[in-house]
Write a protein that binds this ligand. Structure first.
Ligand code: ATP
Ligand code: MG
Length: 160
C-alpha cells in the first residue's frame, strides 16, 4: 500500500491546500494530512479545529486520513508506515526552504522520497497567513477557503 503524508500547519486549510490534497489523493492508496503542532508558534486555530476543518473539506474523498504530529516528520511517517512526503510549490520563494527540508529529510531517512506538486495557478498567491490577514480586517475571502472555514475565521476575529 502506497501511503503519503502531506504535512503543514493548515492554520487554516485553504483552497490551495485542498487542491493539492485532491490531486495527490488520486496518486496514492492513502493520503495522510499531517497537521504540525509547533509549540513555538501560536496558531489561530487549535490542532483539533484545524483537523476538523480538513476532515469537513475532504468528505468527497475516500482515502484521506487527518492526524496531528509534533517533532520530526520522519518519525510521524514511520509511525504511519508512509514512504512519500507531498509538498506544494507556489513560487520560487517556496523552493529554497523546501529544497533544504527535502534534503534534510532524506539525510534522516534515505528511504523517504519528497514529491513536489505545482500549485494550481488560480491559488498561487494563496497562503493561510494572507487569508488570516485579509479576514482580520474584514476583507472578502470567499472562494479562497472551504466554506466551513469562512464562518469560523470571522467568528475568531470578532471575539478578539
Ligand atoms: N496555494 C497553494 N498551492 C500549492 N501549495 C500550497 C499552497 N499553499 C500552501 N501550499 C503548500 O502546503 C503545504 C503546507 O503549507 P502551510 O501549512 O505552511 O500553508 P501556508 O498557506 O503556506 O501557511 P502559512 O502562511 O502559515 O505558512 C506546503 O507544502 C505549502 O507549500
Ligand atoms: Mg507556509
Amino acid at each position: 500500500m502506497r501511503i503519503c503524508v502531506y504535512p503543514g500547519s493548515f492554520d487554516p486549510i485553504t483552497n490551495g491546500h485542498l487542491d493539492i490534497i485532491e490531486r495527490a489523493s488520486g496518486l496514492f492508496d492513502k493520503l495522510i494530512v499531517g497537521v504540525l503542532i509547533n509549540t513555538s508558534k501560536s496558531p489561530l486555530f487549535t490542532a483539533e479545529e484545524r483537523i476538523h476543518f480538513i476532515k469537513k473539506s475532504c468528505t468527497h474523498l475516500d482515502n484521506i486520513e487527518v492526524d496531528s504530529f509534533e517533532g520530526l516528520l520522519i518519525d510521524f511517517m514511520k509511525q504511519k508506515n508512509a514512504t512519500t512526503i507531498i509538498k506544494g510549490l507556489r513560487a520560487v520563494s517556496d523552493f529554497e526552504y523546501e529544497f533544504q527540508m527535502a534534503l534534510m529529510n532524506r539525510k534522516l531517512n534515505p528511504k523517504i522520497e519528497t514529491i513536489f506538486m505545482m500549485t494550481n495557478s488560480e491559488y498561487s498567491y494563496l497562503s493561510s497567513s494572507l487569508v488570516k490577514e485579509v479576514a482580520r480586517f474584514g476583507g472578502c475571502i470567499k472562494g479562497l477557503i472551504p466554506s466551513v472555514v469562512e464562518k469560523e475565521i470571522f467568528k475568531k476575529y470578532n471575539r478578539r
